[in-house]
Design a protein around this ligand. Sequence first.
Ligand code: SF4
Length: 267
Amino acid sequence: MRIKGWRHPNGDWLRCRAGGLRGVGVETSGPLEELRQQVVECRRCPRLVAWREQVAREKRAAFRDQTYWGRPVPGFGDPAARLLILGLAPAAHGGNRTGRIFTGDRSGDWLFASLWRTGFANQPTSVSRDDGMELADCYITAPVKCAPPDNKPLPAERANCAPWLDAELALLPTIRVVVALGAYAWDETLRHLGPVRPKPRFGHGAEAALPDDRTLLGSYHVSQQNTNTGRLTEPMLDAVFGRARALLSGAAPADPDPKRRATDGRS
Ligand code: SF4
């Protein structure tokens, strides 16, 4: 089979570990695609269904000529990825508009530019589902698949959506490093891929061992609240993905203390 790939500006030759890149940034067949089809039909959360559809009808003025997605937004990327990026939920006029997580808003601009600089993406911009974005060794998803009002899902909505993330994770057995964007994603990662005792504290650059020799890395979220204020800078974000790259290349975890290593099993 011919392996497709691309030459990164840093000279590296990058390729999708699954053996072939997917045309629009998502896999086009297989179990993850089947799961995607189920996710996009989900209507378990009445409040979120009403909100995502209202936003899609009313639109932001700048996008009034576009057809909003207005449905759940599943993850996308390399089905054989070793790096998982976990966010919070789709943005009302970002993922909820374009149908791809972190696509079409300022948060995505920051995230994909950094992934491009660190060799996980084939281009620095992400504007639509058919923009040619392809991820190598990287998969992006969120624990809540529908845009919530004020970016704040309710506990019951988080619980409703948890099985979708569990199903996604079950289909991504090659994941070795998880980058959690924000404290919410940090906690969700520990909930789904833990437990770890004592519970490690979130912070930018924080690192914790997960069961099954996986590593969790923390990053401030790429929200405008963080990027506009300088709380999160491009070098800070690149450093997290650079650390992920190093771990995937065999670097030792930063937390070798066995008392802080992950415990086996689920609580
Ligand atoms: S948030 Fe999750 S569980 Fe709730 S409607 Fe959307 S996809 Fe379904």
